[in-house]
Design a binder for this molecule. Structure first.
Ligand SMILES: Cc1ncc(COP(=O)(O)O)c(C=O)c1O
Length: 427
């Protein structure tokens, strides 16, 4: 699934999403522009919830993309939220999320983060021993706050090393292999201010081979056996994290949300049966696989530079400021001419951004139809970790963001202005 579910080529031969013509949207809203298809967000979110059934809980990982309207849609579909900072928590609460539907993660939570999480009634996912000290101070005497512990199961998934998190050499979580996990759980159980509701894991992101989750689940359950036998503790909840990959190119064929949940549920249920454990509630926290396929980036072509026999650079009006992923981990994308996505290719081009870095390249060597200044280009699968990591590098305002549904485009986030860029400066 490279395109949003409502994608089609309309009668004008233009790309259309959510009943809206992308060329028209570029004209009326300007570019760079990010558009989200509401039907795709709902379809992906509800597929997770349906596959989970009564076996547990699905949280949307707000780090992938968060905006009030988007979060409300995800919550309407029955998901809770996973946040990683007081900033994400504040946005979620202001968008109407309930604190007790939120899990608060992060490897170096500040005192302010933890105070905010406690005040909101969120479940805190403890990532390091330092948090035990902070929470001793923050949670008043006589009270306990619900926590999970992030465990590193020592699994290496089939993804880029920069988004692989479950191995021993990682800044995240308590490692099982090193003995830190068992020790930390013991400490948490003795802690007077904590109610240890469960254990959490997250092995990485953009994962296609679900076997890594089965492996991680087995390792987590072996740990639970030891906890039961030696500490008389069995977790009520077991978190398997997020990480399901999505298609960024036509060649990518990731598993579906249903396959993801069913694989993990099966590993959990069978694994518990084999070890004579009570089956805990499963928690998964997908981000990319909900926001990613729903979003598209829309740019306008400007300068074109031909280096005969070498390369043809087609520069667009965005780039690494709104999508750092190609630069950060060599991410690949497809691009389409919005006014003629099915037009025959005229040769290879390299789609460059407008930022002052020679590595500001969105796509290297892609076959495109003839392009000229003013043409609108759309990049699918741009809904996750693009805007979420956007910056104002080079004094560039961040793009406008629309939610599309039934032929209507609703502004979710307005385009930043030059005044926004200097709002925090002291003159
Ligand atoms: C702890 C944790 N949970 C969930 C996610 C969401 O992962 P994804 O967007 O790949 O589903 C991440 C992202 O890296 C994460 O670090």
């Amino acid at each position: 699934m490279l395109f949003p579910v409502t994608y089609r080529v309309n009668a004008a031969g233009h790309m259309e999403v959510g009943g809206c013509d992308l060329v028209q949207l570029a004209r009326t809203h300007g570019t760079p522009l990010y558009v989200y298809d509401e039907a795709t967000v709902r379809q992906r979110a509800s597929e997770y919830v349906a596959a989970m059934g009564s076996a547990g809980q699905v949280l949307y990982s707000a780090k992938a993309f968060a905006s009030p309207r988007f979060l409300r849609i995800v919550e309407e579909e029955g998901l809770g939220l996973d946040v990683v900072s007081a900033g994400e928590l504040n946005l979620a609460l202001k968008s109407g999320s309930k604190g007790n539907h939120i899990h608060f993660l992060g490897n170096n939570k500040s005192r302010e983060d933890l105070e905010a999480a406690y005040r909101a009634g969120a479940t805190i996912v403890i990532d390091g021993a330092y948090e035990f000290e902070l929470l001793r101070d923050i949670v008043p005497e006589g009270k306990r706050t619900p926590v999970m512990l992030r465990i590193s199961p020592g699994v290496k998934p089939d993804t880029h090393a920069h988004i692989s998190t479950g191995q021993l050499d990682s800044k995240f979580g308590f490692s099982i292999e090193s003995g830190a996990a068992f020790k930390a759980i013991g400490e948490a159980l003795r802690h007077p201010r904590l109610e240890v509701v469960g254990l959490h894991s997250h092995i990485g992101s953009q994962i296609f081979a679900l076997g890594a989750y089965e492996q991680a689940m087995g390792i987590m359950l072996d740990l639970v056996v030891r906890l039961r036998d030696e500490l008389r503790y069995e977790p009520r909840k077991l978190g398997a994290g997020g990480g399901l990959g999505i298609a960024y190119t036509r060649d990518d064929d990731p598993p579906t949300p249903r396959q993801f949940v069913e694989t993990i549920r099966h590993a959990l249920e069978v694994g518990c049966l084999q070890r004579q454990l009570k089956v805990p509630e499963l928690v998964v926290e997908p981000g990319r696989s909900i926001a990613g396929p729903a979003g598209m980036a829309v740019y306008t072509v400007g300068s074109i530079k031909d280096i005969p026999g070498v390369r043809r650079y087609v520069a667009v009006d965005g780039g690494m400021g709104d999508n750092i992923r190609p630069k950060l981990y060599g991410a690949r994308y497809e691009a389409f001419l919005a006014s003629g996505p099915e037009r025959s290719p005229a040769g290879k081009v390299t789609i460059a951004g407008k930022y002052c870095e020679s590595t500001d390249i969105l796509i290297t060597d892609i076959e495109m139809p003839e392009l000229k200044a003013g043409d609108v280009i759309a990049i699918p699968a741009a809904g996750a970790y693009c805007l979420a990591m956007a910056s104002n590098y080079n004094g560039m305002p961040r793009p406008e963001v629309l939610m599309l549904s039934g032929g209507r485009a609703t502004v979710m986030r307005r385009r930043e202005t030059l005044d926004d860029l200097v709002a925090a400066e002291v003159f």
